[in-house]
Design a protein around this ligand. Structure first.
Ligand SMILES: Cc1cc2nc3c(=O)[nH]c(=O)nc-3n(C[C@H](O)[C@H](O)[C@H](O)COP(=O)(O)OP(=O)(O)OC[C@H]3O[C@@H](n4cnc5c(N)ncnc54)[C@H](O)[C@@H]3O)c2cc1C
Length: 440
């Protein structure tokens, strides 16, 4: 891992963009599949299925490496049905005692900011992120140590600091808070649109179409996919980054590894004209123990405030995608304690999307164990959006056999591999569902 991405995310990571890639690979491609351990491949045809944050960044990175890349999505890039299709996502360095994700987050944020200036669209609001700590768990204290060891700026706030810095927050019962001055909000949907526009501008091809599932997994390679409308796409390598739909496409490999949970998203109207709910006064906030989080208002109208506890298990194509009234009631109860000024405000936007949850909250970024030409990116488990650029950079290195670039970005363990995993604590919040706790 290069330390130059810390602190301040100043690493230069743009691969040279090869326009007009040569049509002849540097060595003959095997008829089907790229053998593990092969040399770096200079040119190939790649098909990336799924234009959410993982697929879009992977397609862009593969294109920047000079490959012929087609990005396919059943609803088109930037659609609102995928997990990336929401207004905002948090970017923060704190991951408890883990030091790999903070490094990725810093490097990724630098890429988001580069994309922002290339696109001329606001993609990041540097509002800061405040974690409301509790006596019971050590996530914030561990994050303070691990991020401190990486030189990432962190501040410890007392309850008095909290009351002074965030006038609309009631700090009662919060012993201390951890503040990340360099964290904030990414504009998710706009971000995905911007990546895909870059990808097309740099010579990538976008196709709206659906790859029917399940994919036949008991063979050595895929070779070609036939879309619902009959079009066929042939490639040397396939990347499937299909978010909560992945287990439907690869039930043998992923059914037990990735489980889709419907998450309810609520936006409460802010009191008219009250600038204290804007990003200058209100950072993004996370109550780890309470499994609840929220954002300042970005439009002066509504502020997002959502449960992070896991919602019901639902298949995305079978879900009615309706927000449960019980979620609204539970959210109002939490807001009454923490943000009393929002608790009785109307819910002006409600939304559902899916956490694609793995047992240990680590992503899946790996070659399919049987299909030699097929790679999987998914299992975001509610915290992958911010890391999208590095997921794409890392996966593009794996797919093309660039072991040096892959090693530079790889975690110190096999956390991203397709295998049976032990359940372990979340990297987002403690994840308890108070509605279930009340029922039991
Ligand atoms: C409510 C909520 C809050 C979150 N908050 C945060 C946060 O604060 N910070 C953070 O970093 N992360 C957060 N996340 C997690 C993050 O948003 C997701 O992990 C990430 O967006 C997943 O991206 P993806 O590319 O894997 O999947 P998706 O965005 O779901 O993209 C998959 C794409 O595949 C397409 N597709 C599916 N099947 C097919 C098919 N058969 N053929 C063709 N196309 C297909 C879909 O149309 C879709 O566009 C949150 C997630 C949710 C749901």
């Amino acid at each position: 891992m290069v330390p130059t991405d810390l602190p301040g995310g100043t690493t230069s990571h743009s691969a040279p963009h090869k326009t007009a890639p040569a049509r002849v690979p540097t060595r003959p491609h095997p008829a089907r599949g790229i053998p593990p351990g092969a040399d770096t491949i200079d040119w190939m045809r790649a098909v990336v299925v799924g234009a959410g944050v993982m697929g879009a960044w992977t397609a862009l990175w593969l294109r920047r490496r000079g490959h012929e890349v087609t990005l396919v999505d059943r609803y088109g890039p930037g659609n609102r049905l995928g997990s990336s299709g929401d207004e905002s996502r948090i970017t923060r360095s704190s991951h408890g005692s883990d030091t790999h994700y903070p490094r990725w987050q810093r490097r990724a944020l630098a890429q988001w900011r580069e994309l922002e200036s290339a696109a001329g669209t606001k993609l990041f609001e540097p509002a800061g992120v405040v974690w409301l700590a509790s006596e019971q768990q050590t996530f914030e204290a561990d994050s303070l140590v691990s991020c401190g060891s990486l030189g990432i700026p962190m501040e410890c706030w007392t309850p008095d600091d909290l009351a002074r810095r965030i006038p609309v927050l009631n700090p009662a019962g919060v012993p201390w808070a951890l503040f990340e001055p360099e964290g904030g909000a990414l504009f998710a949907n706009a971000g995905v649109v911007a990546i895909v526009e870059r990808f097309e501008a740099e010579g990538g091809t976008v196709v709206v179409g659906r790859v029917p599932g399940p994919v036949a997994e008991a063979r050595d390679a895929i070779g070609r996919v036939r879309l619902d409308d009959g079009r066929t796409l042939e490639a040397d390598a396939f990347v499937f980054a299909c978010g909560p739909w992945l287990p439907d496409l690869f039930p043998a490999a992923l059914d037990e590894l990735i489980v889709a949970h419907r998450q309810d998203v609520l936006h409460f109207a802010v009191p008219a004209g009250d600038s204290r709910y804007g990003p200058r006064s209100l950072p993004v906030w996370i109550d780890f123990e309470g499994s609840f989080y929220g954002f300042p208002t970005f439009d002066g109208v509504a502020a997002k405030a959502c449960p992070d506890w896991l919602g019901p298990v639902e298949r995305p194509d079978e879900s009615a995608r309706e927000v449960a009234e019980s979620t609204v009631e539970a959210s109002r109860r939490i807001l009454r304690t923490r943000f009393p000024g929002l608790a009785d405000q109307p819910v002006v936007r409600r939304w559902t999307c899916f956490y694609e949850v793995t047992p240990d909250a680590n992503f899946v970024i790996d070659r399919h164990s049987r299909l030699g030409d097929t790679w999987i990116a998914g299992g975001g488990t509610g915290h992958a959006f911010k890391h999208g650029p590095i997921i794409g950079e890392f996966l593009s290195a794996l797919v093309t056999g660039d072991s040096q670039a892959a090693a530079e970005l790889a975690p110190p363990d096999d956390r991203f591999s397709i295998r049976a995993r032990e359940a372990s604590p979340s990297f987002r919040t403690s994840g308890k569902n108070p509605l279930e706790a009340a029922r039991s």
